[in-house]
Ligand binder design. Structure first.
Ligand code: HEM
Length: 200
């Protein structure tokens, strides 16, 4: 299995260059740090009210876990806004993918919550007294950051699952990948039939 730094850099390298998180995005976040830090109470409450109101996510979290989970998310938000948003930070996000695998936090649970973080922050930015150009730059920075975090967590998650399967199967990766592709090709053909789409 690759290191978390390698996994994070690989994920970032796969993001189209035009949509990557850039140094000017980190600068915009630092410049408006106080505004972004001020959303923490709404962010934490909204995040866990949402997850605890939904049985599948509430079950993942457990009834007694809310205080420690809130602390984790507060710590994440402060570390994110205060920076530095460097390789160590993104390697940590790759590790979060692994943490989520072992806690059964699936990507359909995780991705809409990244969107929740992004939209909570952007609503606060739009409601602020910032000049429109600066607000637009900051919104773009937050969106790029959230997209990068989501990409790395999901990539780390997928890589961990694949790597665990390779290791359990004890087969060379190349062979397993070919077998996987054959299986998925056959599932794809069935799916096309299920959806009434022409075979290709
Ligand atoms: C914006 C999306 C999310 C982010 C950024 C995020 C971030 C994190 C971080 C930073 C950790 C701690 C990793 C460490 O030990 O250093 C963590 C752990 C965890 N997260 Fe997430 N998470 C997200 C979404 C979710 C969702 C949607 C759930 C549940 C449905 C969830 C459940 C958990 C659980 C159960 C742990 C493990 C706690 C433990 O056993 O130590 N997370 N997450």
């Amino acid at each position: 299995m690759k290191t978390m730094h390698e996994t994070a850099l690989e994920a970032i390298g796969l993001i189209p260059a035009e949509r990557r998180f850039r140094p000017q995005d980190a600068a915009a976040i630092t410049e408006h740090r106080d505004l972004l830090l001020s959303i923490e109470p709404d962010l934490i409450k909204g995040f866990y009210d949402t997850l605890y109101a939904h049985p599948p996510t509430a079950q993942v979290l457990g009834i007694d876990e809310r205080p420690s989970r809130e602390e984790t998310l507060s710590g994440w938000w402060r570390r994110t806004v205060n920076g530095p948003l460097d390789e160590d930070y993104f390697a940590w996000m790759a590790m979060v993918g692994l943490v989520h695998v072992v806690r059964n936090v699936t990507n359909p649970m995780m991705l809409p919550m990244v969107e929740f973080v992004s939209s909570t922050a952007t609503a606060k930015i739009h409601a602020s007294a910032m000049p429109p150009d600066a607000a637009a730059d900051l919104v773009d920075a937050v969106r790029r950051l959230c997209a990068t975090v989501a990409s790395i967590i999901t990539y780390g998650y997928d890589q961990a699952v694949v790597s665990a399967l390779y290791s359990v199967a004890g087969m060379p990766e190349g062979l397993l990948r070919r077998l996987r592709d054959q299986e998925v090709e056959s599932e794809l053909a069935k799916s096309r039939t299920e959806l009434g789409l022409a075979a290709r």
